[in-house]
Ligand binder design. Sequence first.
Ligand code: HEM
Ligand code: HEM
Length: 276
Amino acid sequence: MSNASSTQSFRQHLLSVLTQSSHLSAPFITTFLLIHLSAPVVANVGGSSLSSQVMLLGREYYQTNIGEPYLVLGPLAVHALSGIARRALITYAKVNSLPAPGQTERNTSKPFTIFQRIYRALPSTTLSLTAYTALLILPIHFSLHRVLPMTPNPPVLSLGPSELDYSFVQYGIQRWPVRTWAMYAVLVGAAITHAIEGTRVLIGRPETATVTTKPSSSPVNPARTSRNRRRLLAAVLTLPVLSGLYVLYREPSHLFADFGQRLEGIYKLSWIYSTQ
Ligand code: HEM
Ligand code: HEM
């Protein structure tokens, strides 16, 4: 086998391994999301107290010594890293396949600069765009809700899981409504839309490019109809989470002053909330 074809087959093999690990880890994240997001959803009927109880129940699944690394953080890391690595391989191959300035042997008249080649090779599907949007916000969300509450220094003084309930979420959304709403809405919207698009890939339907698909001249465009249905489904699933947050936002909060200071201290440790 020539060098070029063995590199090619190694690349194909690697792509298939990365695709499989990304697909196998996805159902774990879906399960986590169903449990995790049921807490804000139940605020619609029972306010912050029911949300806190549901979150405590959910933690039995995802915040135990085994659950957290093997059912949540591990699958999330495997999924995102294999997705990114797969995308890097595909993007690199696409960039190389586009004609660069000075490449006269290629059968095309117009060469592209390196920036144009990278731009053309970047993904434009809803699946990819929502994945990277969620990925940008997830580290902020994780550090705010999971890492910073453990800070031992005053005023936080290591808030344990039993003390950290939905009054923390409520405090953030009432104290800094704009940034907190924006963060939850974008994270939830992106995660749910991505999961719906991802499920389509998992059941064997092809991805469709959002930006590059040309409009069909036929009055009934099946691809567009299916895309609109998926958007509607994403909106229908996102709405109860956001309306639950709205209930928390409107609900009067009764916190002891010193506990409020500890919650304030956690938020202030995050760069998103470090300014007034
Ligand atoms: C909210 C947490 C999630 C994050 C941060 C995330 C992240 C990613 C990333 C970075 C990619 C690569 C995208 C690309 O370059 O095109 C990806 C792909 C994918 N994700 Fe997710 N994902 C999440 C949740 C989910 C869920 C819940 C599902 C369940 C269906 C899922 C299914 C998929 C699928 C099927 C792919 C495409 C894999 C492929 O064939 O290449 N993801 N995800
Ligand atoms: C309105 C929407 C959301 C709210 C109110 C919310 C709230 C919370 C809260 C209160 C925690 C603290 C830990 C706990 O649950 O015990 C947490 C942790 C976490 N959240 Fe969210 N979350 C939301 C959406 C999301 C989404 C869409 C994701 C996407 C994957 C996500 C991923 C995580 C992760 C990975 C943790 C750490 C879990 C652990 O390791 O125990 N959250 N979130």
